[in-house]
Design a protein around this ligand. Structure first.
Ligand code: FES
Length: 677
């Protein structure tokens, strides 16, 4: 019998066992992951390059290494050795890269399929919004003209420049001074080292770039009007970067990519664990994000012909784990009681210290963290949505593999976080996938016939609008998973406790390999040659995720003595694509008037952009975050009971009046009393 080995493909999270001797590319295809090829697997196009992760991966219980693949063939070696520059540009080492069409599996492996090799590129749903932002950047440019030094007035170059700068900034009257005096400015050391030459080459006419009207970080010959900065949202799954003109505030280019750390763990807890378990774990995570940031900034700058040296500032946001890993701070205390970050305050650091390839003297500003799992991304969401300026009580929810929630108004803000798991993003659901062409994104079930219709990313209209619909579907993404579960409940296929009814007259409801399931797409409609069902296990995953989120929201409402929020704001890509009525129908979000539920897209990215373009906003968010009250859910004595109540659709005891018309036959659950103490 042929031996089988485990293969795990990231960032898709697809995993399975394949026969020994199968090529990585074929194995990936078996598992529903397409890898590019334009040379018919002849080892000549390099489109199929993948990275082999080495080390022990506790989560999957495997030891992955190059030794678990067939030796590098002559053709493969010839291809890789011809491209040292390509590998260097991508930050890959030759011992790490394989051509997936050539490398055969002979042991367990964890493979990272980089964006450029993926057959179906993910649609990264993070674009900059059109918010009005008052432009008051920390980085400003001043044109300074000086008279050259003379024997009569031998003032040093720096003091001469500082004096001219004062005049250009309108701080003093101008005029000549005979004796040197000290100024309130500082000069970056790297800039100081080249100052004498720059001033002389420029014949004493220079453009000076100043940070916070305090520190000179660049001196350029002649006149330069624009300076540039980048705002970055480092999500656990996706990294989104916006390159902006700091003078006009315009977004010049947006770039995004999957977070490469995903190969070390899908969620923040598994990445913390990886950093704890592996001696070089933190270093690997840190290097992975720095190299992605460098790649994105380079792409963005190149696309609009901006030199990297002209980028003088970056503002970065991310959850507390991303924040720590970015700064190379060990994240272990974030995951252990009493759950404290290394620093709350915002951080300013030189680009060269982090190895970020903008102007080396440029500034990297990282927004403050609020709690162990409420990070700088939540600070950015607060900055963008401004609940601290409202009379009404707003509930902000940022959903990813972890959900962060902030509730309150101008008088008081409270926050918490909860792991929701990857199910809401399409992972750990049997046919779940990320939002990419071929993924179902909408599902509707007719409650009389129990027949479904669905929409697929990349295909117009519903499947039923097409006379013949074959071969387009590959899996189900997050928004369609919410739809499917809500529709199964609304159509009476699963009951309020999430259990399949077994006596229904539909061939779609059947006993599958892993229990009861409902088939949404028959195999003829799919590109994977298998039926695509939603299984009992999938419904359970969603129940756990939504119970965690609802319990967190309820805990905050209770702390604020509220029954429901006045407004719900769903931040993040996930919030933008879910159907809010269906999200409420399954009890993912608290009961609220539906037209008071808003999706605001990538608010964390917007908050980063606001902080990049307006220095006063950095002070504002520093002040606001210091006053946010934090609650850790596990310490709440009611948590367990409330969680159990919240596992039902929409909830075991809450009335959910605003979606009551969708479930007219709803009955009280006798089990509820066991958890209502
Ligand atoms: S498919 Fe072309 S090199 Fe592998």
């Amino acid at each position: 019998m042929t031996k089988k080995h485990n293969i795990i493909l990231q960032p898709s999270g697809r995993r399975g066992q394949v026969d020994e001797g199968t090529s990585i590319r074929s194995a990936a295809r078996e598992l529903g992951v397409e890898i590019e090829s334009i040379c018919a697997e002849n080892a000549t196009c390099g489109k199929c390059m993948v990275l082999v992760e080495a080390g022990r991966f506790e989560k999957y219980n495997i030891e992955s290494s190059q030794e678990n693949l067939s030796p590098v063939s002559t053709e493969e070696r010839a291809y890789l050795e011809r491209r040292p520059k390509l590998l260097k540009d991508k930050g890959w080492e030759i011992g790490q890269v394989r051509l997936s069409c050539q490398a055969k599996i002979c042991g367990d492996v964890l493979i990272n399929v980089p964006e450029e090799s993926r057959g179906n590129k993910q649609i990264v749903r993070k674009s900059a919004s059109n918010r009005e932002i008052e432009v008051k950047p920390a980085i400003r440019k001043y044109l300074v003209s000086m008279s050259p030094p003379t024997l009569e007035r031998p003032i040093a170059d720096w003091e001469r420049l500082a004096k001219g700068l004062e005049t250009s900034m309108g701080l003093v009257r101008g005029g000549e001074e005979k004796l040197p005096r000290w100024y309130d400015f500082d000069i970056d050391y790297a800039c100081l080292r080249t100052l004498a030459k720059t001033l002389r080459d420029a014949k004493w006419n220079v453009t000076v770039t100043v940070r916070n009207d305090k520190e000179v970080i660049a001196v350029q010959a002649g006149y330069h009007e624009d300076s540039y900065g980048a705002a970055v949202d480092i999500g656990s799954t996706t990294v989104a970067l916006y390159l902006c003109n700091l003078r006009t505030g315009e977004v010049l280019a947006s770039e995004s990519e999957m977070n490469p750390q995903i190969v070390y763990g899908e969620d923040v807890m598994s990445r913390i664990q990886y950093a704890i378990d592996q001696p070089d774990g933190l270093e690997k995570l840190h290097k992975a994000i720095i190299s992605t940031l460098n790649k994105l900034i380079k792409q963005a700058a190149k696309s609009v012909h901006v030199k990297l040296d002209e980028i003088h500032e970056m503002v970065l946001v991310g959850n507390s784990t991303m924040h720590h890993v970015l700064l190379n701070l060990h994240p272990k205390d974030l995951g252990l009681a009493p759950f404290v970050p290394t620093i709350h305050k915002s951080v300013d650091i030189k680009a060269r210290e982090l190895g970020l390839h903008i102007n080396p003297s440029g500034n990297i500003h990282i927004l403050p963290t609020i709690a162990s799992f409420v990070g700088a991304d939540t600070s950015a969401v607060i900055l963008a949505e401004e609940p601290h300026k409202q009379d009404e009580n707003w509930l902000l929810i940022d959903v990813g593999t972890n959900a962060e929630l902030v509730l309150g108004n101008r008088k008081r803000l409270v926050c918490t976080s909860t792991p929701t798991g990857p199910a809401l993003e399409g992972a750990h659901v049997e046919y779940g996938m990320r939002a990419a062409p071929g993924a179902m994104e909408r599902v509707h079930i007719d409650e009389t016939t129990l027949e479904p219709k669905y929409k697929v990313i990349g295909v117009t209209g519903w499947n039923t609008d097409h006379a013949e619909f074959t071969g387009q579907v590959k899996g189900i993404c997050g928004s369609a998973i919410i739809d499917s579960v809500a529709e199964l409940f609304r159509a009476g296929i699963v009951d309020s406790r999430g259990k399949f009814k077994k006596d229904l007259n539909s061939k779609r409801v059947r006993q599958g390999e892993s229990g009861w399931e409902y088939v949404i797409a028959w195999k003829e409609e799919t590109s994977i040659g298998r039926d695509i069902p939603i299984t009992q296990q999938d419904v359970r995953q969603i129940q756990l995720a939504k119970a965690a989120l609802f319990t967190a929201a309820r805990t905050l409402l209770k702390r604020m003595d509220l029954q429901s929020p006045d407004k719900i704001i769903l931040a993040g890509g996930f919030g933008s694509y879910i159907d809010k009525e269906k999200a409420m129908l399954i009890g993912l979000i608290p009961d609220c008037e539906l037209d008071k539920v808003y999706a605001v897209g990538n608010a964390a990215g917007d908050g980063a952009r606001i902080a990049l373009l307006n220095i006063e906003k950095r002070n504002e968010i520093d002040a606001v975050t210091r006053k946010v009250e934090r609650f850790e859910l596990p310490t709440d004595p009611e948590f367990q009971n409330q969680f159990m109540l919240a596992t039902s659709f929409p909830h075991m005891s809450e009335p959910f009046e605003h979606i009551a018309h969708l479930i007219p036959n709803r009955k009280a659950d006798p089990l509820a009393k066991n958890f209502m103490k």
